[in-house]
Design a protein around this ligand. Structure first.
Ligand code: ATP
Ligand code: ZN
Length: 292
């Protein structure tokens, strides 16, 4: 209800009046549209929890949170969770805090590993029916996981369901990170780009190595979470440009940004199918998407 305030009755104690200023100033055509969107987040760790908080403060309609882990004191070098959350399922701890921040947001939680067969089915079902009314697909899927298997699972689901998604990550050294926009058939899928997959697969083996601990910084994770949240707002509310790949190098303050086309020889059969479908999309429609 708070979002129904008119731009004329601006009260400084209302957080939404500051968000509505984006509309008055011509940045966003229709800010209220945010209330109608639902965002599915896989992984509410260092990146995902901060994205969930940012979208909650922005007045998103609904969040669907997936994670199998519990909050540990070792997570306190990241943003969002509090020592009092120790031992709680991350999705439950997140729900508690997010509802206190903004009770208008619907929060759905799934304390599960998306990679098992049964859970994969449930994950796909929530992508298909997770909108606000529960009768249509979510607006966007966000990958905020830290391993190769979970990313490949999200990739398969989104290629199968023709679902647009964003992938994010921070390197093991915590000195670089990236976000990537994946549109089945139109941009590279996670299996399309062999160098990325190979290097991530390599990292994955290192993470599993006994006694090796990946570095982590609230700074780098916060920056990538900010990039991802900002990009989700641009995508959902249709303003500015959405980068296909946006990187961050903390050593040199370098932010590479480039398009990533699909690989016609991708190992994901569904990806190849989507690429063939995309080839038949009329050119005007392709340009419309490209200009987003
Ligand atoms: P660390 O391993 O350093 O303690 P972390 O496991 O919290 O960190 P982050 O990078 O902060 O890792 O967050 C990634 C999140 O993604 C974690 O909360 C993790 O539980 C979640 N995640 C990873 N794989 C899956 C999966 N298959 N299903 C559900 N959640 C997943
Ligand atoms: Zn592919």
């Amino acid at each position: 209800p708070a979002l129904r305030v008119m731009s004329s009755d601006v009260h400084d104690d209302n957080p939404y009046s500051r968000l509505m200023a984006l509309k008055r100033m011509g940045v966003v055509k229709n800010y209220e549209a945010i209330r109608g969107h639902s965002v599915l987040i896989v992984g509410v760790g260092g990146i995902g929890s901060v994205v969930a908080e940012m979208l909650t403060r922005c007045g998103i309609g609904k969040l669907l949170l997936f994670d199998y882990d519990r909050v540990e004191l070792a997570n306190m070098n990241r943003m969002f969770y509090l020592p009092t959350h120790q031992g709680l399922a991350k999705v439950e701890a997140a729900k508690k805090s997010l509802q206190e921040i903004n009770p208008d947001v619907q929060i759905e939680t799934h304390n599960m590993n998306i990679c098992t067969l049964d859970n994969y089915e449930q994950f796909c079902e929530r992508i298909r029916n997770g909108n606000l009314e529960g009768n249509g697909r979510v607006s966007i899927v966000l990958s905020c996981v830290d391993n190769y298997a979970a990313r490949m699972t999200i990739n398969s689901a989104c290629n199968e369901l023709d679902q647009i998604w964003f992938e994010s990550g921070v390197s093991e050294t915590a000195m670089s990170g990236h976000i990537q926009w994946l549109i089945p058939g139109e941009t590279a899928c996670f299996a399309c780009a062999p160098p990325l997959v190979v290097s991530e697969a390599g990292d994955e083996n290192q993470i599993k190595r006994e006694g090796v601990c990946a570095a982590s910084l609230p700074t780098t994770m916060g920056i990538i979470a900010g990039f991802l949240s900002q990009t989700v707002l641009k995508y959902l509310l249709d303003f500015g440009e959405v980068s296909q790949f946006l990187g961050y190098n903390a050593f040199t303050d370098y932010f590479p940004r480039y398009p990533l086309g699909p690989n016609p020889e991708c190992t994901d059969r569904k990806c190849q199918e989507r690429q063939k479908q995309y080839a038949h999309v009329p050119e005007e429609e392709k340009r419309m998407n490209a200009s987003r």
